[in-house]
Design a protein around this ligand. Structure first.
Ligand SMILES: [Mg+2]
Length: 392
């Protein structure tokens, strides 16, 4: 069994926790610090009630809700909280994965006798996250990753759901197919053309029809996606079975943007955040890497670009600088981006690096910050690295 945890309105909720004056109010987190000329990176639930969504222009959002509070996106803050949640989750399962900055996966098979039941474990984790961070999350528990993720989507916000063979068919009845992670607008339109609009219709569509229409690989995936057949590991686990002892070949993170964009600043902000997450994981597993790769997906295609450097790194800023260079290497043209990934490969054990002095300084800085915050309260000090990536 897998537990998928998705934080509710994560960036906006973090801002509301840090600044109590924002609580209970519509809050817009802008991707950069320019209230009327930016994109909504996140909206609080109070703002969502006005129809404000991530990906909207802030101008549009402020037109429907002129009294909304505006805060500029501070990725360092969210990365920090995300790491803290990640640490906390290790109290409940030895196998925790960071799915994206605000999503986590836990393997929980065999843990129910310790915590009562899977649902009890879900309740406990939700309570713990709320107490520790003041944040709500939605929890989906299912035999496969896709179903666990679906669970969080249909029970948002503050949801908790267990999906198993007994209730699966009831849950998916009438549910639009686009709720399934991986079924985007193009696939949705194609399926609708075949008369398949809902998840239960998809599940009863014969495998041959799906393969005829979508090819072997996608057709088979569509056939399997709402089943609890555990033979396909790509459906069961989003990422390969990763254990601390296993040496990874590469370390990567990816993110699907709320809306396609070619806004350089928005793309850079996400690259920066993904780079930080990659760096964090590399440092934790004591690796450093020489090859930085970016993966870009837009409406019609996706591409991988990579470059190997002579000096290995596991520094988030350095990975960001490299990935930014790779992104702009085609005559400086920034492509339209729908989803984005950053990975580090060519991994070697982290020892005697040229960057070591720099890293030591940084580690000392972070631990000093932790000590100050432990003594004077959370967020007395927080990293301000976003200044580096918010070119106006
Ligand atoms: Mg979320």
């Amino acid at each position: 069994m897998l537990m998928h945890i998705d934080m509710d309105a994560f960036f906006a909720s973090v801002e509301q926790q840090i600044n109590p004056a924002l609580r209970g109010k519509p809050v817009i987190v802008g991707s950069r610090d320019n209230k009327y000329h930016t994109v909504v990176a996140a909206a609080s639930y109070e703002a969502k009630a006005y129809g404000i969504k991530s990906g909207m222009s802030s101008y549009e959002a402020l037109k429907v809700c002129p009294h909304a509070e505006f805060v500029a996106c501070d990725s360092a803050k969210y990365t920090y909280v995300s790491r803290e949640i990640f640490e906390l989750l290790h109290d409940y399962s030895p196998c925790v994965e960071h799915s994206t900055i605000d999503e986590f996966d836990l393997r929980i098979a065999g843990l129910e006798p310790i915590f009562g039941s899977f649902l009890d474990l879900g309740k406990l984790i939700k309570k713990r996250i709320r107490e520790a961070f003041g944040l709500n999350c939605s929890v989906g528990i299912a035999p496969t990753w896709i179903l666990a993720k679906l669970g969080t989507k249909i029970r948002k916000p503050d949801g908790l759901i267990l999906i198993n063979d007994a209730n699966l068919d009831t849950i998916i009845k009438g549910l639009p197919i686009e709720k399934i992670c991986g079924i985007g607008p193009a696939l949705t339109a194609h399926l609708q053309g075949l008369g398949v609009f809902s998840c239960d219709q998809l599940k009863t569509t014969p495998q041959e029809i799906l393969i005829d229409n979508f090819g072997q690989s996608t057709g088979h995936w569509l056939y399997q996606v709402l089943r609890t057949d555990l033979s396909r590991s790509d459906l069961v686990f989003k990422v390969g079975p990763y254990t601390q002892n296993l040496e990874p070949k590469s370390i990567g993170h990816s993110y699907t943007l709320p809306r396609e964009t070619r806004d350089k600043n928005v793309i850079y902000a996400w690259l920066r955040m993904l780079s930080e997450m990659v760096a964090e994981r590399a440092r934790k597993s004591h690796f450093t890497g020489r090859t930085v790769a970016i993966w870009i997906s837009s409406k019609n295609d996706s591409s991988n670009r990579q470059k190997t450097y002579s000096i290995p790194t596991n520094d988030g800023w350095e990975i960001f600088v490299r990935s930014r260079a790779i992104l702009g290497q085609k005559k400086g043209i920034i492509p339209v981006v729908k989803a984005l990934g950053v990975s580090l490969s060519g991994l070697i054990s982290d020892c005697a690096l040229p960057l070591l002095t720099e890293q030591k300084k940084r580690e000392a800085l972070l631990s000093a910050m932790d000590r100050v915050n432990a003594r004077y309260g959370d967020w007395t000090l927080s990293p301000a690295v976003l200044n580096l990536i918010n070119p106006r």
